[in-house]
Design a protein around this ligand. Structure first.
Ligand code: HEM
Length: 145
């Protein structure tokens, strides 16, 4: 798969489209929780781990919160809003110094997991839709030059 990373221009927030409903239908809630959990586990081995909770319990909680969000944005149950309130993603990321490099690393860690889902039979159309969402919305989280 050709998972491209869009060049980010600081301060510019390009319009973002939610993943198509087929992504959740094909991957399922548990599949999304597994995907996010694996992404966080890769983060733990990476050079962006310092941005994330260092305490194991808090790190596991972060997985849950993020999974709740991704299920919700993919058209599933509004777990994030129920547990954490309004998404306010830009505001929630504001305490962490996220630069273009950190965003790129964060995205790159998703690549092998997307390929794994393809190998498990998820369609490329769904996977590209999810990737595009990650690619574009992650630009919004860059708050540091
Ligand atoms: C598509 C883009 C992204 C989405 C949808 C997303 C989603 C989330 C969500 C839902 C949370 C939990 C917020 C809470 O419960 O308060 C979170 C936390 C966090 N995100 Fe992101 N994020 C994105 C991009 C990034 C990027 C590019 C970075 C940079 C490395 C990043 C770093 C963090 C950090 C450090 C936290 C706090 C620790 C944690 O609770 O996980 N995020 N993100």
């Amino acid at each position: 798969m050709d998972l491209q990373i869009t060049q980010a221009e600081f301060g510019v927030r390009p319009p973002v489209a939610k993943p198509i409903p087929e992504f959740l239908l094909e991957v399922g809630e548990e599949g999304i929780r597994e995907l996010i959990s694996k992404h966080y586990d890769l983060i733990k081995q990476s050079d962006i781990y310092h941005l994330f909770p260092q305490d194991d319990a808090a790190f596991e909680q972060a997985k849950l919160n993020s999974s709740d969000f991704f299920i919700q944005i993919c058209g599933g149950q509004p777990y994030f809003t129920q547990h954490r309130g309004a998404p306010r993603m830009v505001g929630r990321h504001a305490p962490f110094a996220i630069d273009a490099k950190a965003r790129q690393r964060w995205l790159e860690l998703y690549k092998p997991l997307i390929v794994e889902l393809k190998e498990q039979g998820v369609t490329e159309t769904s996977l590209y839709s999810f990737w595009k969402y990650l690619d574009i919305f992650s630009i919004w989280m860059i708050n540091t030059k």
